[in-house]
Design a protein around this ligand. Sequence first.
Ligand SMILES: [Fe+2]
Length: 307
Amino acid sequence: MGAMRESPGRTCPVSYRYPVDSFAGPAALATDTLWIAGGLYGNRYALAALLEAFETEPGDKALIFNGDFHWFDAEPGEFELIDQAVAGFHALRGNVETEIAAPGEGAGCGCAYPDWVGDQTVGHSNRIMERLRSAALASGRDLGRLAALPMTAVAEVGGERIGIVHGDAESLAGWSFSQEILSTPGGVAHAEREFARTGVRVFASSHTCLPVLLRLPGERALVNNGAAGMPNFRGERYGIATRISVRPYRGALYGTRCAALYVDAIALRYDAAAWERRFLELWPAGSDAHRSYYERIVSGPVFERAA
Ligand SMILES: [Fe+2]
């Protein structure tokens, strides 16, 4: 099994680790309301739903894409559409953008998949990445811009420091902020130490594909939006974005208060039928993305929403 863990798609490249002082500097932006959308995965309909929802937000606001905005958009025109739209906002690079622009030695898709994700899925992901990279090159978009995006950001919302990451507090593709790890006492203790070390009020992450909202002692919270561009709950076909604000929000899926902040999960109710048709054009039956993701795109993950 030791050899298996070194395979492409399993490893976490050293370059994915952030400098230890990543969350110590001045905030990159300050706002009253911050929307955070990780895991758009090249879903143009989820993008439209996100921008429409963000548009209706009143007052001082900002939107940040915290990585993996590309993935299924493995066709030059589709890639261009997504890349151009995201370029108008703040963005972090996820493992997908990092591997498109500057493929790491042996990283494959850069997902650093843990043991509970099967070998077949890892193989599909590596091949999706190869096709996406070709589309990105053919699109004529500036891939150097993607490579130069930061891995982390600190934003100030209502004067509170928010740590924005793609993976976890240490690495671009870390899984410490996954539902699986945070369901263990050791995982929660580790998260608490990361809050103490970095001093942030809220960590907002993505990458692990399933949503999390965890309150921690000392008025801190960890929020993982799951995916903006894929279903997150069994039988429910919408993406999720995170909203952190000094103001409450009507119609959030679920949320919590954290000091003076409102931390909410917002449903991105995109045109699921249109996306399914587009997905099938890009990734027909038998293709790598179809094998790994079609079931989730149609029916959601095997994961029920807690009441
Ligand atoms: Fe990711």
